[in-house]
Ligand binder design. Structure first.
Ligand SMILES: [Zn+2]
Length: 284
């Protein structure tokens, strides 16, 4: 113990974050690549209608090619949402429906989404804002959102072609407030039976989501932990009122066999070895 402290005193403290940063960079690069691919596929499937991958509504439309007409009624019919049961919030009991009833209910309550062609709005010449004329004939100072294009500056005219990946919902458990479920579990379940673009999109999206989670939790978590360790060693140093040095304390984290679904649905085992070394460099 004394020996270690002496060594700390002599050498200072440095924690090597290189390995973590390498993993983070790799993940980040793959994430960005996937995001481009997913957006390209969405554009191809939707025509000019913009799709935001972060929006459950947009994802539902993109995957299932249907838009719920009245969401309130949709939630009522499928008993969506949460309720208090006992002392805890729980998801409401999903309704049971025969396959044929479910299919006809979906058809009745949703409309098929078509690919669109966007063109510049004539009302605002693409600006999305208009300057109304006052009663005295002068143009008003304030700009107003253009109604025909809802401020987008673009009018999306539907074509006859069905948009999206035409995934067919199986039963009431596939319904959600946004329309239909597009979460990890549902997509993983469906990816096996899907084919073509739908399959490719679903599997890429699963991977994209997994990477985002890793970047947000795993890498960030490791860094936070390291920082905490550093600060606790630093406070120990200040308690000792010495220029303290920490050397040759080697910490190896082994995070083995973290399962990540690979791009094409196959589960690949990725073994990570994160070696964190406490290495000596003088700290003042
Ligand atoms: Zn307009």
């Amino acid at each position: 113990m004394t020996e270690t402290l002496t060594e700390i005193e002599r050498n200072g403290l440095k924690i090597n974050l290189t390995t973590l940063t390498e993993i983070e960079t790799e993940f980040q690069a793959e994430l960005e690549e996937l995001e481009i691919r997913l957006n390209d596929m969405a554009r191809e499937a939707m025509g000019d209608t913009p799709i935001n991958l972060a929006s459950p509504d947009d994802r539902s439309i993109l995957l299932y090619s249907r838009r719920v007409v009245d969401k309130k009624e949709w939630s009522r019919v499928f008993n969506l949402g949460h309720e208090m049961r006992g002392a805890t919030m729980k998801p409401k009991q999903r309704v049971r429906m025969k396959k044929t009833v479910f299919a006809s209910t979906v058809r009745r309550m949703t409309e098929v989404v078509r690919k669109t062609v966007g063109s510049r709005c004539a009302g605002c010449i693409g600006f999305g804002r208009v300057r109304p004329v006052n009663k005295n004939g002068e143009p008003s100072k304030a700009l107003r959102i253009c109604k025909p294009c809802n401020g987008a500056g673009v009018i999306y005219t539907p074509t006859r072609e069905v948009a999206g990946f035409k995934v067919v919902p199986r039963d009431p458990y596939d319904t959600a407030a946004a329309g239909f479920k597009t979460d990890k579990t549902t997509l993983e379940d469906r990816a096996i039976e899907l084919s073509g673009d739908a399959k490719e999109f679903a599997t890429a999206y699963i991977r994209y989501n997994a990477l985002r989670t890793y970047l947000n939790t795993f890498v960030e978590g490791m860094k936070t932990m390291l920082m905490r360790m550093v600060s606790s060693i630093q406070s120990l140093c200040s308690v000792l009122r010495r220029r303290v040095v920490f050397r040759a304390a080697i910490l190896t984290f082994r995070i083995c066999h973290v399962e990540i679904p690979s791009l094409y649905g196959r589960l690949s085992r990725v073994a990570f070895r994160v070696g964190l070394y406490l290495r000596g460099i003088t700290r003042n």
